[in-house]
Design a protein around this ligand. Structure first.
Ligand code: FES
Length: 186
């Protein structure tokens, strides 16, 4: 199945941290609308992203189509469970030549159901879920937007950068379930 999107919010989230910080995108001068951060000014977003660690999480060559890879971000604490995907379609915030490499925190935004188990990812729908607790599914091609179920918030998306063949996590959009600040586990 192949899905294409030209949603302007998708284009906004394709900016890398470098673009945010160093003015590499025309959108830096304007207002960036992103899921979970509605209306946040670009400068504020740059400041937010700059707080995060830069962590190598994989290799583009090694990443298989529709085979999620587990990693932890932004730390190793409980609920930092995350998944890296090479999707079969262009995705919002996607990196790589096909703009299909994306990553998300794997805790359902409703009540924290874990979505990184076998069978949680649907390659047919390019979605994570349905969550075993209350059946929420999230569209991975559209910034983790809720497709259906009890959750109302999109899945937190991990911002990615590609450097050569190396994939780096550089920030997050959206709040990890159970935290009041993504960078504070206390
Ligand atoms: S915890 Fe996932 S839908 Fe309720």
């Amino acid at each position: 199945m192949s899905k294409q999107t030209n949603d302007t919010s998708v284009q906004s989230a394709c900016m890398t941290r470098r673009a945010f910080l160093f003015g590499g995108s025309a959108a830096v001068a304007g207002t960036v609308l992103l899921p979970g951060l509605p209306g946040l000014e670009s400068k504020a977003l740059a400041a937010e992203v700059a707080r995060y660690p830069r962590k190598r999480i994989g290799s583009l060559k090694a990443l298989q189509l529709n085979q999620p890879v587990k990693f932890n971000y932004p730390d190793e604490a409980q609920n930092s469970n995350s998944l890296l995907f090479r999707l079969g379609a262009v995705a919002g915030g996607g990196i790589g030549p096909d703009q299909n490499v994306v990553a998300f925190n794997a805790l359902c935004t409703h009540m924290g159901g874990l979505l990184d188990g076998a069978g949680s990812f649907s390659a047919a729908d390019q979605a994570l879920g349905p969550c075993l607790l209350h059946q929420t599914s999230f569209d991975l091609t559209r910034h983790g937007m809720v497709i259906g179920g009890h959750a109302t918030e999109s899945l937190p998306q991990v911002l990615l950068e590609l450097e050569g063949d190396d994939i780096y996590a550089v920030g997050m959009l959206g709040l990890i379930y159970g935290r009041y600040d993504n960078l504070n586990t206390g």
